[in-house]
Design a protein around this ligand. Structure first.
Ligand SMILES: C[S@@+](CC[C@H](N)C(=O)[O-])C[C@H]1O[C@@H](n2cnc3c(N)ncnc32)[C@H](O)[C@@H]1O
Length: 387
């Protein structure tokens, strides 16, 4: 069919002249087929022009990228054997054709529907949210040539995921970006991996004038972190020895507590609520307090008979009540897994965003009371701090 060859030639010519917008093949002659259309666009993949074919099936799309010549052969086959309507869009003209019963084509040229070329780039270059390698090298996450150390892959993933979450939150709470000084406190900062990455993101990527403080009970870690902060020139990143429960929290916009042990998470949330922090972000770990409180003889005793299930149950109850208490104090809370369990089991995150809407405290306290009653819990540590 010479006309099909003509369209393929038009297609090739439009690619050569860089006027090609897209080609669609539709009306499958096999009415029972799940393949409904093929949409073709030009993509630049690893600096090579390719044609990207989206095979639109009834319930899903399958995309395949081919070098131009290979794609043209595939398109020609699809035109001959499968589809009867073809629409070629270029910025100089549109071409449409329908293959009719006797195999003939009616080719029509029309004014172009598009005057601008679409974006060609296909490579999804992920925007880097953290820029520095020096502190990650100093903290032994990267080696001297900037590669992730063998045993630090999970930590590196966790750092990046955490910063991605912060990026989303900061974009959503745009007022934080406009602050003259954004005050951030990371409680139970440990070796500071996440604190450094957070500072890097806020100051270098989000361009915020941030003052970040890491609070940690271990003086050796504080010394190490302050040395690294000085070495890499993070002048508004400071680490202080402190016990979260006793820490006199200054004005704070963002309160972070990642994997602070057991009730240290409650202490941190309490401090954040007291300071009216706009964001409270915590990843709880080891939920011992509620585990000890749970009464094994309630009507739910069957779900507590196996140690691991009791442990999980304690985690769920602890964090549910934490989220409810934060709600009662004017925080919209979300609880989610922030990184896949294959990288760390301690992957739950509670995020609270402060708002000034009215809260139905009675309903919230009823829910808490219901949970406590069901599991025979006398008190939840955060609740006792908040009374
Ligand atoms: C598991 S590490 C987590 C470190 C870091 N936040 C992270 O996620 O990579 C917990 C850290 O919290 C510190 N910590 C635990 N309880 C604390 C408390 N009450 N006050 C201050 N630091 C505490 C521990 O010393 C430890 O370094």
């Amino acid at each position: 069919m010479a006309e099909i060859t003509n369209i393929i030639n038009q297609l090739k010519e439009s690619i050569r002249q860089d006027t090609f917008v897209r080609l669609t093949l539709s009306k499958n002659q096999d009415l029972g087929s799940t393949l409904k259309k093929v949409l073709i666009k030009l993509a630049v993949i690893k600096n090579q022009k390719q044609l990207s074919l989206v095979y639109r099936h009834k319930t899903n799309d399958i995309t395949k990228n081919f070098p131009i010549e290979v794609a043209c052969q595939e398109i020609e086959n699809l035109m001959r054997d499968t589809f009867v309507i073809y629409n070629l869009f270029t910025i100089t003209a549109d071409w449409s054709a329908e293959r009719i019963a006797n195999g003939q084509l009616k080719l029509k040229e029309q004014k172009p529907s598009f005057t601008e070329l679409p974006k060609r780039s296909h490579d999804k270059t992920k925007k880097r949210l953290i820029t520095g390698t020096d502190y990650l090298q100093a903290l032994n996450v990267l080696d001297s040539s900037g590669r992730v150390k063998k045993d630090k892959g999970d930590k590196y993933k966790q750092i990046n995921k955490f910063v991605e979450i912060i990026d989303g939150l900061v974009r959503k709470n745009k007022d934080l970006l406009k602050k003259d000084v954004l005050q951030v406190v990371d409680m139970g900062a440990g070796k500071g991996y996440l604190t450094f990455a957070l500072y890097d993101y806020l100051v270098k990527t989000a361009k915020v004038n941030a003052q970040v403080k890491g609070v940690e009970v271990r003086p050796d870690l504080i010394q190490l972190c302050n040395e690294v902060a000085t070495k890499v020139g993070f002048k508004n990143l400071k680490f202080e020895v402190g016990y979260i429960g006793d820490y006199d929290l200054p004005k704070t916009d963002m309160l972070i507590a990642l994997h602070a042990c057991d009730t240290a998470t409650d202490d941190a949330i309490f401090k954040g609520i007291q300071a009216k922090a706009s964001l409270i972000i915590c990843a709880p770990c080891c939920h011992k307090q509620i585990r000890k409180e749970i009464d094994d003889k309630t009507e739910f005793h069957a779900v507590l008979e196996h140690g691991i299930l009791k442990e999980r149950q304690a985690e769920i109850i602890t964090d549910t009540i934490r989220a409810l208490l934060m709600e009662s104090k004017g925080y919209r809370t979300r609880v989610f897994e922030f990184i896949s369990t294959e990288h760390t089991g301690k992957n739950l995150m509670i995020v609270g965003e402060r708002h000034d809407r009215e809260v139905d405290k009675v309903a919230i306290f009823e829910k808490i009371a219901g949970l406590k009653k069901a599991f025979g819990i006398g008190s939840h540590y955060l609740e006792s701090l908040l009374v």
